[in-house]
Design a protein around this ligand. Structure first.
Ligand code: ATP
Length: 442
């Protein structure tokens, strides 16, 4: 089995593209197959090397490594060869209409109540007529002659699909300037690079209808197809690489975890619960292309936020350690991480609690008498996770306070904050000396 992700390097990947990339990758891993990254960069006006590098960077960040790589701009000879074969077999024919002439034909067809399907005028041209167009300086574009047989495939997401080829225009495969269109180059690549399963957005369904015949015409096996509905933003608006909304780059800059995005996208649009997963392996294990529905899923940043926090709350010290070490945060021990992770919405917020534990803070003391009493009753070291309950138990007895009245002034004095990690875990990390000085700060 071989799948592919084939973006055009015309912008940074958005979460809709990422969903297609991820699901292809999971599918390949699940089936023991291969994942091909193919850059569809034949549109030389809009494709840039910087966007191509950005796509590789974004996929690598998500952890989606590829087993094979291809660039359409390196393969133009292959497309020319395929064009030669299609011309030789009479499936590609020259057409000389200008864009204005085609538009006029379409208008006339619509006016007379006929569907705007290309009338195959190019197919009926005599050699003399063709020569006359050439003499005028016209350069032909080339259309693929569809056969008058129904086109059908079983789509792994959409179910049985059927198109009547008489209702379709013969697609243009070669532009007047000699450049092949995506419809052709994609099929040539899928055949020659051995792609067996094509999972992509449903914006390609119409392409697939003609491509099914093109696979046959070029002697290739028709792959299995799965067309997913396109993702929208929370407001129902479509996504485009060119607009830059919900790009992976922006989410990464906002410190969202890559696994948060993977966890969300792997389940969005399925009936399965969306749960934080710490590694791609967990997502591979329960990937099933048949779980994806046909309804348009909305990508909700609020849900992503929530999932990011949940993911951090379960993240092991080993998983975050390389990141801590790379930033020189070596004083964040395993005990420290386990104490604070439940309070993080972003991993970078660990810095706030580092300040509380290792740095200086402004104590917030509203009830100096109570806090003075608390300082007196502070147990001697060594401290462990039982110290907090020993201390507050003694304070409760001495003052008759309980609940919030007992705990909150202590939290404010010790951390300068009204909420945060469990003090039972934080107190031994702060240590007696620092705790005492904060309690005595008034
Ligand atoms: N909103 C979306 N939701 C899900 N998949 C999408 C979405 N938009 C594009 N895709 C899929 O992403 C893959 C890469 O396509 P492509 O590079 O054409 O992306 P695009 O965002 O449509 O590009 P552009 O906005 O530059 O036209 C294709 O499989 C396409 O179907």
């Amino acid at each position: 089995m071989k799948v592919r992700f084939a973006p055009s390097p015309t912008g940074r990947l958005h979460v809709g593209n990422a969903r297609v990339a991820l699901l292809n990758w999971l599918w390949a891993r699940r089936e023991g197959g291969a994942f091909l990254l193919r850059l569809d960069d034949t549109d030389s006006e809009r494709s840039t090397a910087a966007f191509a590098a950005g796509i590789e960077e974004d996929l690598s960040w998500l952890g989606l490594t590829w087993d094979a790589f291809a660039r359409q701009s390196d393969r133009s000879e292959r497309y020319e060869a395929a064009v030669g074969r299609l011309k030789a077999s009479g499936r590609l024919y020259a057409c000389y209409e200008t864009a204005e002439e085609l538009e006029l034909k379409r208008k006339l067809q619509l006016k007379s109540g006929r569907p705007p399907i290309y009338d195959r005028a190019g197919l009926k041209l005599t050699d003399a007529e063709r020569a006359a167009f050439e003499a005028e300086g016209r350069r032909p574009h080339w259309r693929f002659r569809l056969e008058a047989t129904p086109i059908a495939w079983h789509d792994l997401v959409q179910g049985d699909k059927r198109f009547e080829s008489q209702h379709l225009s013969d697609p243009v495969l070669l532009r007047g300037d000699g450049r092949p269109l995506y419809t052709l180059s994609s099929v040539v690549d899928d055949i020659e690079l051995g792609v067996t399963h094509v999972l992509r957005g449903e914006d390609h369904v119409a392409n697939t209808a003609v491509q099914v015949q093109l696979f046959d015409a070029l002697g290739g096996a028709v792959p299995s197809f799965a067309h997913l509905p396109l993702l929208t933003d929370a407001g129902g608006q479509g996504l485009s690489k060119r607009l830059g909304a919900l790009s992976l780059q922006a989410l990464r800059e906002d410190s969202i975890e890559a696994m948060t995005i993977n966890s969300y996208l792997a389940k969005l649009g399925t009936p399965d619960p969306i749960a934080p997963r710490q590694g791609l392996d967990e997502l591979v294990a329960d990937f099933d292309v048949g779980r994806f529905g046909r309804a348009t899923p909305k990508f909700d940043p609020a849900e992503l936020e929530h999932l990011n926090a949940k993911l951090l709350h379960d993240m092991s010290y080993d998983a975050v350690r390389p990141w801590l070490e790379a930033r020189g945060l070596t004083d964040v021990s395993a005990a420290f991480w386990l104490a604070v992770r439940g309070n993080l919405a972003r991993r970078g917020e660990v810095g706030l609690w580092r300040q509380v534990v290792h740095g200086e803070i402004a104590s917030d003391i509203e009830e100096p008498d109570y806090i003075a009493q608390a300082a007196e009753l502070l147990p001697p070291e060594p401290w462990d996770e039982c110290t907090w309950s020993l201390w507050t138990g003694a304070l409760k007895q001495a003052t008759g306070r309980k609940g919030k009245a007992l705990f909150l002034p202590l939290r404010r004095a010790l951390t300068g904050e009204s909420s945060g990690p469990e003090l039972a875990a934080l107190l031994p990390l702060i240590g007696r000396e620092k705790a005492l000085s904060r309690l005595s700060a008034s």
